[in-house]
Design a binder for this molecule. Structure first.
Ligand SMILES: Cc1ncc(COP(=O)(O)O)c(C=O)c1O
Length: 358
C-alpha cells in the first residue's frame, strides 16, 4: 500500500497506559482487580466535582470558554500567580506537547533524564525533534551534571521531572538551583511537578515558589493525580507571560472542555479534602516502601504517590504474576515496576501478592 504516514513513526513505541480491571475481567476472568498502575488517587472525585460537572453537562451543546478565564483566575487565587502566566490544556501531557511545539523546529533537541515520563520521547519524536536521553544515576534519579553537559546549541527544551515518574526519586533545592543557574538562559527548562502535592521533604522545592520568577522556567502541574480529575483531562502550566501566550497559540482550540473547567473549579475549592487524602497516601507510602523492602526489593525513597521496584529483566514476569493474582501494577520492560499507592486494604492485598510473585 502507498505510504500515507511518516515512516519514522514506525520505530516509535505507543504510549502504554496502565491496564484496567476491565482488561483483567475480559482476559483472565478476574472480576474485581485492584488497579495500582496509573498513579491515580483511589478515593473518588473530590466533593462538589460530580455536581459541577453535571451542571456543566446541561450546556454541552455550547463550546467551552476558550480563554479559560474563570479557571485561570482560580489558579491565580489558589497559587498566588498572575493569570497571564497560566495556560491550561487537555492534561499536562498535552501541555508538554504544546511546549515542544512552541520551542522546537525539526532537528532541535529535547533533553531529559531516562528513565522518566514515557510521554517525553513520544512528544519529541512526533514534533520531529531529536530526543537526548541522559541516563539516570545508579540511584534512579536525574544526573543534573550530565544533563548540563548534554545541552548543545540545538537544545531548545529540557524536561526535569520532580519527583520523577516512574522512579519516585527527587531533586532538592540546592542542586536544582545550581542547575538552573548554570543552564543557558535561552533554553526553556520545564519542571514537571505532576506529583508535587505528595512531596513531604521540605528540601524538595515547590518550583512555583522557588523558581516561578525565572523567565526560562516553566512549571507543569496536573489535576489528574492529587486532585482526582484524571478522567476529565486538565493540566496547567506557569511560565513567563510570553511563554504562556506562545503555548496558548499551540493549544488545540477548546481542548480544555467545559466539564474539565467546571470540575477543576470545584476540585480547587476542596483543598482541605485533597490534602486529607494526600496525607493518607503519604502515610501508606512509607508503609508500602518498608513492606517491599522487607521482601528484599531495593525500593528507592519516593516523594510521589508510587514506588519503584528495580527488578530489571524480571519486571514483566513480576507484573504478570501480580495480574494473575488480581493486582495490576505497571512494568517497564527490562527496567522496573511502578506500583501506585492505593487504599490501606489495596496495599495490603498488593504486598501479599508481591510476596507470592517474588
Ligand atoms: C511526570 C508526569 N507528567 C505529566 C503527566 C501527565 O498527566 P496528565 O496528562 O494526566 O495531566 C504524568 C502522568 O502520568 C506524569 O507522570
Amino acid at each position: 500500500m502507498t505510504r500515507l504516514t511518516r515512516e519514522d513513526l514506525e520505530a516509535l513505541p505507543n504510549y502504554v497506559p496502565g491496564r484496567s480491571p476491565a482488561d483483567l475481567a475480559r482476559e483472565l476472568g478476574i472480576p474485581e482487580a485492584i488497579k495500582l498502575a496509573s498513579n491515580e488517587v483511589p478515593y473518588g472525585p473530590l466533593p462538589g466535582v460530580v455536581e459541577a460537572v453535571t451542571e456543566a453537562a446541561t450546556q454541552s451543546h455550547r463550546y467551552p470558554d476558550m480563554g479559560v478565564l474563570e479557571l485561570r483566575a482560580k489558579f491565580a487565587e489558589v497559587y498566588g500567580v498572575d493569570p497571564a502566566s497560566v495556560a491550561t490544556g487537555c492534561g499536562s501531557v498535552a501541555l508538554a506537547e504544546h511546549l515542544v511545539k512552541a520551542t522546537c523546529l525539526p532537528g532541535d533537541e529535547v533533553l531529559y533524564s531516562w528513565r522518566s515520563f514515557e510521554a517525553y520521547p513520544i512528544i519529541a519524536a512526533t514534533a520531529g525533534a531529536t530526543s537526548v536521553k541522559v541516563p539516570n544515576t545508579p540511584d534512579h534519579g536525574h544526573d543534573l551534571d550530565a544533563m548540563l553537559k548534554a545541552i548543545t546549541p540545538k537544545t531548545r527544551i529540557v524536561f526535569v521531572c520532580n519527583p520523577n515518574n516512574p522512579t519516585g526519586t527527587f531533586l532538592r533545592r540546592a542542586e536544582l538551583t545550581a542547575f538552573l543557574d548554570a543552564a543557558p538562559k535561552d533554553v526553556l527548562i520545564v519542571l514537571d511537578e505532576a506529583y508535587r502535592e505528595f512531596v513531604t521533604d521540605p528540601e524538595v522545592p515547590d518550583a512555583l515558589e522557588a523558581f516561578g520568577d525565572r523567565p526560562n522556567v516553566v512549571v507543569l502541574r496536573t489535576l489528574s493525580k492529587a486532585w482526582g480529575l484524571a478522567g476529565l483531562r486538565i493540566g496547567w502550566l506557569h511560565g513567563a507571560p510570553e511563554v504562556a501566550n506562545a503555548v496558548r497559540k499551540c493549544v488545540t482550540p477548546f481542548s480544555t472542555s467545559a466539564a474539565a473547567q467546571a470540575g477543576a473549579l470545584a476540585a480547587l475549592s476542596a483543598k482541605d479534602e485533597m490534602q486529607r487524602r494526600v496525607d493518607l497516601v503519604v502515610a501508606e507510602r512509607g508503609r508500602v516502601t518498608e513492606g517491599l523492602r522487607a521482601l528484599g526489593v531495593d525500593v528507592p525513597d519516593s516523594q510521589a504517590n508510587f514506588v519503584w521496584l528495580p527488578l530489571g529483566d524480571k519486571s514483566l514476569a513480576f507484573a504478570q504474576a501480580c495480574e494473575q493474582r488480581g493486582v495490576i501494577v505497571r512494568p517497564f520492560q527490562g527496567d522496573g515496576v511502578r506500583i501506585t499507592i492505593g487504599t490501606p486494604a489495596e496495599n495490603d492485598a498488593m504486598l501479599k501478592v508481591a510476596e507470592a510473585a517474588l
